[in-house]
Design a protein around this ligand. Structure first.
Ligand code: HEC
Length: 204
């Protein structure tokens, strides 16, 4: 008898719980621990329409860095802000790699090169990446070709950042620091054995 009573209480109370929780129409239902969903604290990197920040400009929860701020360990981006034009490409010839050719920078460059560049340029930079070998893509210039050996590193930086003809832009993927690291690694590939493919892309 007692068991039945307890059972009934449980059934009724769980039904009551289910109906009171159920959302419908304008009723969002009951929320368990609502603070988990609706943070009292301001969320960083956001701008909340229903709770605009009253201290910062435009209701933002974080302020923008002061103009000209350079993150620690990063380069001054503005220095490399040349327009993506033929003139910009020519003007970039004056840039030289600001990072030391340290073991760390070369190793980091190699890591980034292997991720981003090998499909076309190949692991040794001989224009024999998988999509080139498969005949899906015209070979880029080999790094040990005269053409690349005589291209100023500033221009290479520009090309990697903005892309060149068939090669896509890496400015959104790699920071200027990282591009210079990759170019340190590319440098190590310039002097190896004779070029496998020196064919320059025929794309306009
Ligand atoms: C989808 C294939 C592809 C990928 C991926 C690729 N490249 Fe290229 N790359 C090319 C082609 C094609 C050219 C020749 C562009 C031209 O001059 O027509 C080229 C040219 C270059 C040049 C010579 C630029 C100049 O100014 O003459 C450099 C340096 C270079 N690539 C470096 C890189 C680096 C570093 C990466 C990785 C971050 C990379 N490439 C990724 C296809 C690629």
């Amino acid at each position: 008898m007692k068991m039945k009573f307890i059972y009934n209480v449980l059934v009724i109370s769980s039904m009551a719980l289910i109906t009171s929780c159920s959302a419908g129409g304008d009723n969002p239902g009951s929320e368990y621990a609502p603070n988990m969903y609706h943070s009292f604290a301001y969320e960083p990197m956001t701008q909340e329409a229903e709770k605009p920040n009253t201290i910062n400009p435009n209701g933002m929860n974080m302020r923008e860095p002061v103009k000209g701020t350079i993150a620690r360990g990063q380069l001054d981006y503005s220095k490399y802000a040349l327009p993506n034009t033929i003139e910009g490409y020519e003007a970039s010839a004056v840039f030289t790699n600001p990072l030391p050719a340290s073991t760390y920078n070369i190793a980091e460059g190699k890591r980034l090169y292997n991720i981003n560049c090998t499909p076309c340029h190949g692991t040794e930079g001989k224009a024999d990446g998988t999509i080139v070998v498969d005949g899906k893509y015209p070979p880029p210039p080999s790094y040990d070709s005269d053409r690349i050996r005589t291209t100023p590193e500033g221009k290479m930086f520009f090309s990697v950042r903005y892309g060149k003809n068939l090669m896509g832009a890496y400015g959104t993927v790699l920071s200027p620091n990282q591009i210079w690291q990759v170019l340190h690694y590319v440098n190590t590939l310039k002097g190896s054995a004779a070029p496998v493919a020196t064919v320059v892309s025929t794309a306009k």
